[in-house]
Structure formats: structure tokens, C-alpha cells
Design a protein around this ligand. Structure first.
Ligand SMILES: NC(=O)c1ccc[n+]([C@@H]2O[C@H](COP(=O)([O-])OP(=O)(O)OC[C@H]3O[C@@H](n4cnc5c(N)ncnc54)[C@H](O)[C@@H]3O)[C@@H](O)[C@H]2O)c1
Ligand SMILES: O=C(O)C[C@H](O)C(=O)O
Length: 328
């Protein structure tokens, strides 16, 4: 018997990430090749944006995806999020050259307050929310705090792009393949302070740390390369990452919904106090997922270098949180 369609809301649906994302969701790459989806697409209530959204929907229609069970265009989050099971909050202003992601805080905070409130009122009580719009961790924190009737655990921020970037850098350095690397993670904020950590990683069962054995490379090449990759892409493309961001959003939601079979992935999630991170801080952690739930990998040793890095990214997140406290 075929499955009942699920509702997937995507904001910023006519933007560049939206364009790289929607076709993959509709083709079953996110929730499985047997899961029909109804797309509930939100764009700003502006003639040009709504017209562009119609164009994207025409193209979706022209793909004749068998799993696309319905499609709606919205200009108001209160209708876009109605009964939604999944919400990918992408729509926000991207940064340009020379900006840091936190420079977007005031421009984008209002969006996530309004959208958190709308999710609170109309979404499924089990909605899985992924915030992609920057600064992603703090926007996810704002949305969570604006939705007090929904479980906190339903709100997550995208650290998966950083995780995937770190995987590729480690594979290149060790001359191995991404598919063979396990137990890598990225702690903290989706910003240059993030701490990509391969201390526990293995490749075909061998310790990545031993294969690399170069703390100078870790501190002075690997961490800055992963941390500043978004800026390097803006510099090269003149636009922020889109296809890789959409790919990471698919990875994040797929793994959350369908499980990782014991493999570690990185998700930005509200802390429950693990590793000394204060409760509710939207922090990148290593997690495994099963039956639609994530679980932090606990008990990892945090050495002095790692603690220092974790403290730096935590401090930045706490400053961002303080900067939006008046909105909540
Ligand atoms: N977390 C990550 O790893 C990551 C990676 C890449 C990009 N991003 C962020 O994702 C966001 C989107 O990037 P993009 O390249 O698609 O930008 P874009 O400008 O191409 O598209 C954004 C779209 O969102 C729409 N929008 C703006 N406000 C909205 C609102 N309140 N409701 C609904 N739609 C709204 C705009 O009209 C636009 O079509 C940016 O904030 C960017 O910095 C995050
Ligand atoms: O860096 C940006 O501003 C976009 C995105 O967050 C990225 O990491 O590519």
C-alpha cells in the first residue's frame, strides 16, 4: 500500500538554495523513494518573488515527479506551515563579500520570530524544523523560543554543510574516500568559530588522527579552511553556496527522518546540558538518529585544545543570543 503524503514546507522557495532543493525533495531524495510529498512553498508577499515562485512550480510540474502529491504557493507563514510535518527555513538574506554571518542577525531575526510563532500555531506537533537561513544557529534558537507549545527538540540548525566540508578535507589529506570516514563532527556555531573535530574519526577502521599526525595542519590549515569555506565560496562565485547547502539540507533531514544506522552526523540542536553547553544553546553536536529522533554521542573526551575551541564558539553563540534577547 502506498504511503500517505507528508507535508513539507520550504521558505525562500524561489531563492538560489530553494532552486537546488525543491527538485530533490520532490524526487524522493530527502524522505525516501516511497514517500509522497506535498510542497508548501513560502516566499515574501511581493509580486516579483511570487512570480518567480510560480515559475519554479511550473518547472516542478514539468518534471512529473511521481512522488509530488501536491504543491502550494504561499505569502504568509500562517498558511504555509499549516499541518506541516517538515519545515525547511531557508528564506533569509544571504551575506555578501566582507560580511560575517552574524552581521545578518538584525536583518533576519524578525523573520524567524514570525515564523516560529506561525509554526507554534499551525504546524504538526511533530514538525521537524531545519533552519538554514543565517545566522542559522541563532535563527533556530529564535524560532524555538517563539514556539513555546512545540517540543524544543523539534528545532535544529544546519551544521551539515560544515560536516560535509570537513569530510572532504580529511579525505583529501589522507588520500581516502569520504564514504569510508566515520565519527567526524563539528561542534558549535555555523560560523568561522566552529570546531571541526577529527580526533575520533576513523577511515576503514584506522584512526584519522594517527594518519594525519599533524597538529599544525589541524590548527592552521584544516580548521580555517572548513571555518572560512563559506566566505571562500562567496569570494569565488560572487554568491553564497547554494547547491552544496541544499545538499546538506537534504542530508540533514534524510538522516533525521530515516536514521543513520549508528553512524555519527552533525546537527545543530538545543543543548540539554551535554558537554557543559548550557541548556537551549543551539549547538553543533555529534549525533546518531533512529526512528525520527536524534541522540547526542556522549562521553567523548574533550582535551584542552578542544575545550578551548568549544569555549570560543560557545561564547560567540551566547553573544548572539544576548543580541536577540529583546525580541523573545
Ligand atoms: N546554514 C548553512 O550552511 C547555509 C548555507 C548556505 C546559505 N545559507 C543561508 O541561507 C539563506 C538563503 O540563501 P539563498 O542563497 O537561497 O538566498 P537567496 O537570496 O537566493 O534566496 C532567499 C529567498 O528567501 C526569500 N525570503 C526572504 N525573506 C523571506 C521570508 N520572510 N519568508 C519567505 N521567504 C523569504 C527571498 O525572497 C529569496 O527568494 C541565507 O541566509 C544564506 O546565508 C545557510
Ligand atoms: O557563508 C555563508 O554566508 C553561506 C553559508 O553559510 C556557507 O557556509 O556557505
Amino acid at each position: 500500500m502506498s504511503k500517505k503524503p507528508v507535508r513539507v514546507a520550504v521558505t525562500g522557495a524561489a531563492g538560489q538554495i530553494g532552486y537546488a532543493l525543491l527538485f530533490r525533495i520532490a524526487s524522493g531524495e530527502m524522505l525516501g523513494k516511497d514517500q509522497p510529498v506535498i510542497l508548501q512553498l513560502l516566499e515574501i508577499p511581493d509580486e516579483k518573488a511570487q512570480k518567480a515562485l510560480k515559475g519554479v512550480m511550473m518547472e516542478l510540474e514539468d518534471c512529473a515527479f511521481p512522488l509530488l502529491a501536491g504543491m502550494e504557493a504561499h505569502g504568509d507563514p500562517m498558511t504555509a506551515f499549516k499541518d506541516t510535518d517538515y519545515a525547511l527555513l531557508v528564506g533569509a538574506r544571504p551575506r555578501g563579500p566582507g560580511m560575517e554571518r552574524k552581521d545578518l542577525l538584525s536583518a533576519n531575526a524578525a523573520i524567524f520570530t514570525a515564523q516560529g510563532k506561525a509554526l507554534d500555531k499551525v504546524a504538526s506537533r511533530n514538525v521537524k524544523v531545519l533552519v538554514v537561513g543565517n545566522p542559522a544557529n541563532t535563527n533556530a534558537y529564535i524560532a524555538m523560543k517563539s514556539a513555546p507549545s512545540l517540543p524544543r527538540k523539534n528545532f535544529t540548525a544546519m551544521l551539515r554543510l560544515d560536516h560535509n566540508r570537513a569530510l572532504s578535507q580529511v579525505a583529501a589529506k589522507t588520500g581516502t574516500q569520504v564514504k569510508d570516514i566515520e565519527k567526524l563532527t563539528v561542534w558549535g556555531n555555523h560560523s568561522p568559530t566552529m570546531y571541526a573535530d577529527y580526533r575520533f574519526a576513523t577511515v576503514n577502521g584506522k584512526a584519522v588522527k594517527d594518519l594525519i599526525n599533524d597538529q599544525e595542519w589541524n590548527a592552521n590549515t584544516f580548521l580555517p579552511t572548513v571555518g572560512k569555506r563559506g566566505a571562500a565560496i562567496i569570494e569565488a562565485r560572487g554568491l553564497s553556496s547554494a547547491a552544496s547547502a541544499a545538499n546538506a539540507a537534504i542530508d540533514h533531514m534524510r538522516d533525521w527522518a530515516l536514521g543513520t544506522n549508528g553512524k555519527w552526523v552533525t546537527m545543530g540542536i538545543p543543548s540539554d546540558g551535554q558537554y557543559g553547553i548550557p541548556k537551549d544553546t543551539m549547538f553543533g553536536f555529534p549525533v546518531t538518529t533512529q526512528n525520527g529522533e536524534y541522540k547526542v554521542v556522549e562521553g567523548l573526551e574533550i582535551d584542552a585544545f578542544s575545550q578551548e575551541r568549544i569555549n570560543i564558539t560557545l561564547k560567540e553563540l551566547q553573544e548572539e543570543q544576548q543580541g536577540v534577547a529583546h525580541l523573545l
